[in-house]
Design a protein around this ligand. Structure first.
Ligand code: NAP
Length: 281
């Protein structure tokens, strides 16, 4: 069984990105810049943003975090995004989710120009991804994709089963695996016989948010299992996959923590660099 080490893969990716930033600096005499907008004081968001800032600096990006209190007016955020859209030193803009209730998520996502949308959430980027054009790709599915490709570079003809159809994870994951010529089944809360569907998967990606939903007898031998879930339980953080059982059957599996999570931030840095490169060409 291959234990897919997301920490190690993310460190390798950051190392490659660091070299790329250094090369870009020599070529253009400037470095890509990432600006993160953080609204409110939710502890998980604060931790994510701190990690993003630290990682961005580690690879040599120009990194900035703009903080607002919980009660900031929506218009102030939209005006700031407008300013950042026009700022040539900013390659990528990210507004940390979730947002306070009085701020319209759709408006905020659509305010960021697609060229600087490092999260890949703007409808133009969603459309480009599904049409097979160049686009920013949501960071978590991109990280999953890179991990899967490490284990199995040739995915053509493989059967992939995605559990969860969120815009953040399931849907973009589907597009990425379709592009690799997988036969993709996307499942959700109304799927009948989820176990039966999972048993067909050469690749199974679980992005649900239910602790240890996927059991050992849901997985066929030699499958690659990617666990996106991060669930707080009495026994600590667990994924959407029952790791102990599934790791005895699968060919390869990501642990939680230490699997998909570390790749997400590394992919954000990758997206920022890609946005910068596109802006220079
Ligand atoms: P989400 O928006 O809540 O979507 C969950 C999906 O799971 C929905 O499509 C839902 O179906 C489906 N679902 C719910 N119950 C189900 C069931 N019993 N059987 C089959 N499908 C079911 O969640 P998300 O934002 O994609 O996040 C999923 C998990 O990933 C969470 O644990 C989250 O914390 C984690 N996450 C991790 C990272 C990372 O970096 N590792 C990043 C983001 C999220 P319906 O559409 O029918 O409701």
């Amino acid at each position: 069984m291959i234990l897919i080490d997301g920490k190690k893969e993310a460190a390798n990716l950051r190392e490659d990105l660091k070299k790329e930033v250094s090369h870009l600096k020599t070529k253009y005499n400037k470095v890509p810049g990432l600006t993160v907008i953080l609204i409110g004081d939710l502890a998980p968001s604060q931790i994510y943003v701190r990690n993003k800032e630290r990682s961005a600096k580690e690879v040599g990006l120009k990194s900035e975090v703009i903080k607002y209190p919980d009660n900031v007016e929506e218009i102030e955020i939209l005006n700031k995004i407008d300013e950042l859209n026009k700022d040539h030193t900013v390659s990528g803009i990210l507004v940390q989710l979730p947002l306070p209730k009085h701020i319209n998520k759709k408006k905020v996502i659509e305010a960021i120009i697609p060229e600087k949308d490092v999260d890949g959430f703007h409808p133009v980027n969603v459309g480009n991804l599904s049409s097979g054009y160049e686009s920013s790709i949501p960071c978590t599915p991109l990280g999953c994709y890179l991990l899967i490709k490490k284990v199995e570079p040739n995915l053509s003809g493989k059967k992939a089963v995605i559990i969860g159809r969120s815009n953040l994870n399931g849907k973009p994951m589907t597009q990425l695996l379709l592009k690799e010529n997988c036969t993709v089944t996307i499942t959700h809360s109304k799927t009948k016989d989820l176990k039966g569907e999972c048993l067909k998967g050469d690749v199974v990606v679980a992005a649900v948010g239910i602790p240890e939903l996927v059991k050992g007898d849901w997985i066929k031998k030699d499958s690659i299992v990617i666990d996106v879930g991060i669930n707080k339980t009495e026994k600590g953080i667990v994924g959407d996959v029952a790791f102990e059982e599934v790791s005895k059957i699968a060919k390869a599996i990501t642990p939680v923590p230490g699997g998909v999570g570390p790749m997400t931030i590394a992919c954000l840095l990758k997206n920022t660099i890609e946005c910068f490169k596109r802006s220079q060409s």
